[in-house]
Design a protein around this ligand. Structure first.
Ligand code: CAA
Length: 260
């Protein structure tokens, strides 16, 4: 996979995608969004890839937002289209059956925070800074921030961040549940890769069905969500991984999952 604004490396079943526009703090323009979408279509189809890590190039920024220079002259209809493209990309990431980890190496602002919100797990470097500063530019978050941030950290905290445009550091992001963990910057990728490796060593069907259950279940009321969980739990028993996983426990040995 070769792209203009993304670097993609595949290592032991993990795809590492680096948003690579360091001169613009890895800001998301149309081209980068289209490339990200294309990359996720490929990751979803490629059986070798089991976990995806998204990070930003350099040490200053994960992604400092949607590209302000590209947005400044847009008409209302063009801006709506741009927001829809952003939504489509975040949906591809969220709907990807494989777990997606954001490795946040600096500023995750506006569309960058929204990209992190579209991922399943957020690992923050100590220098990570989060925020939805769109109100400083006379706009609102447009890649799902008004929705996903409130769903993750609660309405009150999301409103505060979005109304004030304030930036928060990694410790505060961790405290409010926006970051899953904080690590020194020089350990960010290794920690994220180790997490990917831990996930890869589990039954892949179980991990994917768990993602599906959590993601889709959260849109339902508890009773329907639990019904849905029961269906997916039942489906696990159609896999040889379930037979192997439980047999290995009973035989007191390590399970050898084949992803079948
Ligand atoms: N879009 C385009 N270019 C950007 C950018 C962005 N979001 N963020 C930074 N850059 C560019 C700067 O223009 C600058 O370019 P030049 O060297 O050509 O001047 C370069 O990256 C370096 O930036 P700074 O000189 O500003 O670096 P800094 O260290 O002083 O500040 C920063 C870093 C705090 C991240 C600051 O750049 C900043 O505030 N960026 C904008 C953040 C922002 O408002 N993001 C939200 C965008 S709107 C959005 O995302 C809408 C949406 O929801 C879809």
């Amino acid at each position: 996979m070769t792209y203009e604004n993304l670097l993609v490396e595949i290592e032991n079943g993990t795809a590492i995608v680096t948003i690579n526009r360091p001169k613009a703090m890895n800001a998301l323009n149309e081209k980068t969004l289209i490339e990200l979408q294309d990359a996720f279509v490929n990751f979803t189809a490629d059986d070798v890839i089991q976990v995806i890590i998204i990070t930003g190039s350099g040490e200053k920024a994960f992604v400092a937002g949607a590209d302000i220079a590209a947005m400044q002259p847009l008409t209302a209809l063009e801006a709506r289209q741009f927001a829809k493209l952003g939504h489509q990309v975040m949906r591809h990431i969220e709907a990807c059956p494989k777990p997606v980890i954001a490795a946040i190496n600096g500023f995750a602002l506006g569309g960058g925070c929204e990209l992190a919100l579209g991922c399943d797990i957020r690992v923050a470097a100590e220098n990570a800074r989060f925020g939805q500063p769109e109100v400083n530019l006379g706009v609102i978050p447009g890649f799902g921030g008004t929705q996903r941030l409130a769903r993750l950290i609660g309405k009150g905290r999301a409103m505060e961040l979005i109304f004030t445009g304030d930036m928060i550091d990694a410790v505060e992001a961790y405290r409010i549940g926006l970051a899953n963990k904080i690590v020194p910057l020089d350990q960010l990728l290794d920690t994220s890769k180790k997490m990917a490796e831990t996930i890869i060593n589990k039954g892949p069907h179980a991990v994917r069905l768990a993602k599906e259950a959590i993601r889709n279940g959260l849109e339902l009321d508890l009773e329907r969500a639990n019904q849905y969980e029961a269906e997916l739990f039942g489906l696990c028993f159609a896999t040889t991984d379930q037979k192997e996983g439980m047999l290995a426990f009973l035989e007191k040995r390590q399970a050898k999952f084949k992803g079948k």
